[in-house]
Design a protein around this ligand. Structure first.
Ligand SMILES: [Zn+2]
Length: 134
């Protein structure tokens, strides 16, 4: 377990130092005060990769209820691709595998064999909700 200063943790976890301190207070990050050349300082244990801050936890919650598999063509045949962020920030849909499409069509009755293998592999690797029973 790597232990770093609050400043470094802020940088590595992409959170403000105030947020890091709050997570420590709430016991969601492990930290302890250690003696150092500049006196006693907080050292934070960097969490494992799958650790979720508030935003990411919320995002996962939202994603649970949202369709994540989409057809890139109106024909709705072939492979369905995985997309997490449906046009909130992106102007064109960009799927996990890197495919872009003009528009997207929601998938109903999805079977695993209709899933783009690249999207499926990336989603599994990142621990994203697969919602395969949608
Ligand atoms: Zn794909």
């Amino acid at each position: 377990m790597e232990r770093v200063t609050i400043q470094e943790a802020s940088y590595r976890l992409n959170l403000s130092q105030a947020e890091i301190r709050r997570y420590i207070r709430e016991g969601r990050l492990q930290a302890s005060r250690e003696g150092g050349p500049q006196g006693r300082t907080w050292l934070v244990e960097l969490p494992d990769e799958g650790w979720l801050d508030d935003d990411k936890a919320l995002y996962h919650e939202m994603a649970q209820g949202m369709p994540v598999w989409w057809w890139p063509t109106e024909a709705k045949t072939g492979l369905a691709h995985y997309i997490l962020d449906v046009g909130i920030e992106e102007t064109v849909p960009v799927y996990l595998c890197g495919l872009e499409s003009e528009n997207l069509w929601a998938v109903t009755d999805l079977r695993t064999e209709n899933c783009c293998p690249t999207c499926l592999a990336i989603a599994r690797e990142r621990g994203l909700p697969l919602n395969l029973d949608q």
